[in-house]
Design a protein around this ligand. Structure first.
Ligand code: PLP
Length: 635
């Protein structure tokens, strides 16, 4: 590509093509150098500078980059948006956020949330004993909330009661009636009054991927009858005053604000009747659901959202206020358990591209007087290329290509002629695909043609380890090159990872208005790395990843952007070594070394290798055990 061609492509075009400012929530953009920037505190850094810093510190690709300030800013935005809505609408109580640890329970992340959330008394939602132990060891501010969801045994409940003693507002959200006797018995034994919450089943069916979390068939929450039984039981035990929180979780990633409003209206109805029954309700917990606009379309598509953060907060506060004013009930503390929206933006998976497969003719044969008749026929197809004859040309090209293969099999066509036919065939398919691009009605045979000709870019990552939702639930994440954005991306590609699994590929991407099947990318340059970023991957991905093909955790780097535009590497963690992942699946690296040594020694005895060669082979094996599981380029 020459300099004049490059100058024609602008960073604005890249911004529009990849949508950084549509889905980036003001955190991502493109610098005039053509590099992706991360922006907080009015300061901007180029991701490539961070990548170069990683490489200098021997942190090889792939790397999960966490930007601390983005997490900090998201906690700030959530709390201040609720506070603003409360003030604007005259709601007479406060907002208290809790972060659900399951969404990303990595120690660095949870500790950062505890630190950044302290000024807002941002608490934790926990669903198991390990999670409540995390909460108890990271939260510092008395009065912070710990919401205990999930099935709770005696030990879990004792940990929760001890949290109350330490000054936290620790609520046992009753998921099933069987938990009640244990809560009552342990609280009497420990002489600590429990704070009880109850999770209800709402009937509203929200749109989006997680709609089974609400509705009659939801596996969580009490039915209306179970709720009445709970009230009667607590009344009989003289403990109804302990029922202080009403909980519901309409689903994760709710794209449509109207579903949220209508769900909350139903929750208010439950709340009002429980108050009438004598419950001492003080908190209304609306669970998660605040969506991330992964596509940037601002629509009610499952992976988008048709509302802003301030609209979400205002709609919630307004719905609660209107309902509680109508019922004549004091406004409760508003609790939400936003996970995805809190954490998604702050992590980016960065990887290098190792290789490409390009489905293009390498060279086309010049016309020749005594060329094979099949080549002449193929040339005729070129002559017929037009919108009206596109299907016919497609059929003919296939026919002659297949004929060439048959003749080759029978020894009637040589290798060079077959190669010439194959090249012309590929060339024709590209030309046919170009014609179909502008056609209003594309013949069904030709619909997937462009995609079938797309390049394959092989990325140094494992989909199953780093982007499991892409595989499991067709989750879309914005993906883009993090540099060369002042050059036109002239290739169209799908991505393959380095697992040897045919599912380890990405062929659905965020387009400007729709899901697209190919990603525009740049040609690889000899001797130069090409880096791609997968954005908004902070929520759920690290937790759900698995060890497919034994690719382990990637390297992780946390940076903090400073006001002067510099950045610090605040934390770094080397990913799993081969030895680590082997021990996860119950191999014992020491024993493996010993067995390998015995195999090598036998090879010496049997004369296959020398003792010196044995040493080299053993050294390689032992060094590999300590190496990274991903593709490493030699210096
Ligand atoms: N609270 C509960 C009870 C959940 O089950 C979940 C996730 O499904 C969340 C909160 C977090 O939801 P989100 O990530 O949509 O904020």
């Amino acid at each position: 590509m020459n300099a004049i061609e490059q100058a024609e492509w602008t960073i604005e075009q890249s911004n529009e093509l990849y949508g950084f400012e549509r889905w980036g929530n003001d955190y991502f953009s493109v610098s005039k150098n053509g590099n992706v920037t991360a922006r907080t505190l009015n300061a901007e850094v180029e991701l490539m500078d961070i990548v170069n810093g990683m490489l200098e510190r021997d942190l090889q690709m792939p790397v999960l980059l966490r930007i601390e300030n983005i997490l900090d800013a998201q906690i700030h935005r959530l709390n201040t948006a609720f506070r603003a809505a409360i003030e604007n609408l005259g709601y007479k109580n406060e907002y208290r956020g809790v972060y659900p640890i399951k969404v990303n329970q990595q120690a660095q992340v949870v500790e950062e949330i505890a630190t950044f959330g302290k000024r807002f008394k941002h608490g934790f939602e926990v669903g198991s004993k390990p999670e409540i132990i995390i909460a108890l060891s990271t939260l510092e501010e008395p009065g912070s909330m710990i919401i205990c969801n999930g099935y709770k045994d005696q030990e879990f409940i004792e940990l929760g009661l001890s949290a109350i003693k330490l000054g936290f507002i620790c609520v046992f959200v009753v998921e099933t009636p069987t938990e009640i006797p244990i809560i009552l018995e342990r609280s009497r034994a420990m002489n600590i009054e429990p704070i009880i919450g109850v999770r209800i089943k709402t009937t509203v069916n929200v749109s989006g991927h997680w709609n089974s979390t609400s509705g009659d068939r939801s596996v969580f929450g009490l039915t209306a009858t179970q709720l009445v039984d709970l009230v009667d039981l607590l009344k009989a035990e003289g403990m109804l005053h302990c029922l202080q929180l009403l909980h519901c979780h309409l689903g994760s990633q709710i794209p449509n604000i109207q579903d949220i409003r209508s769900g909350i209206t139903e929750v208010c109805r439950f709340y009002a009747d429980l108050v009438k029954e004598g419950a001492n309700l003080k908190y209304i917990d609306l669970g998660g659901g605040l969506a991330v606009d992964y596509t940037g379309w601002g629509s009610n598509y499952a992976q988008s959202r048709n509302y802003s953060l301030s609209e979400y907060c205002e709609d919630i506060v307004d719905t609660l206020k209107t309902n509680f004013d109508d019922y004549g009930i004091p406004h409760p503390v508003i609790v939400t358990e936003s996970g995805r929206a809190t954490i998604a933006y702050s992590s980016i998976l960065i990887f290098n591209v190792l290789d490409t497969t390009i489905f293009e003719p390498t060279r086309l044969p010049e016309p020749h007087e005594d060329e094979d008749p099949l080549l002449t026929r193929m040339r005729d197809v070129y002559g017929n290329l037009s919108e009206s004859r596109v299907q016919e040309c497609y059929n003919d090209a296939h026919f002659y290509r297949n004929e060439a293969r048959e003749l080759f099999k029978r020894g009637q066509l040589d290798l060079r002629t077959r190669s010439a036919v194959e090249n012309m065939f590929l060339d024709l398919l590209h030309k046919i695909a170009d014609i179909t691009e502008n056609m209003q009605r594309v013949p069904s045979d030709l619909e997937g043609l462009k995609l079938s000709l797309a390049d394959i870019y092989y990325g140094n990552f494992s989909l199953f380890q780093s982007l499991p939702d892409t595989w499991a639930i067709d989750q879309l994440f914005p993906i883009a090159p993090i540099h060369r954005l002042n050059e036109e991306p002239k290739r169209s590609a799908v991505l393959a990872d380095i697992t040897c699994d045919c599912d380890g590929k990405i062929d659905r991407f965020v387009g400007t208005e729709d899901v697209v099947k190919v990603l525009p990318l740049h040609e690889l340059r000899e001797g130069e790395e090409y880096y791609l970023g997968v954005f908004l991957v902070g929520a759920y991905q690290e937790t759900l990843g698995d060890l497919h093909n034994l690719f382990g955790d990637t390297n992780v780097v946390s940076v903090r952007i400073n006001r002067d535009g510099t950045f610090d590497f605040v934390k770094e963690m080397h990913g799993d070594t081969i030895s680590d992942v082997l021990s996860y699946v119950e191999f014992h690296p020491k024993e493996m070394q010993l067995r390998h040594r015995n195999t090598a020694e036998r090879a010496v005895r049997e004369g296959r290798i020398t003792a010196r060669e044995r040493q080299q082979i053993i050294k390689l094996f032992n060094e590999s055990l300590n190496g990274y599981t991903y593709y490493e380029k030699e210096d």
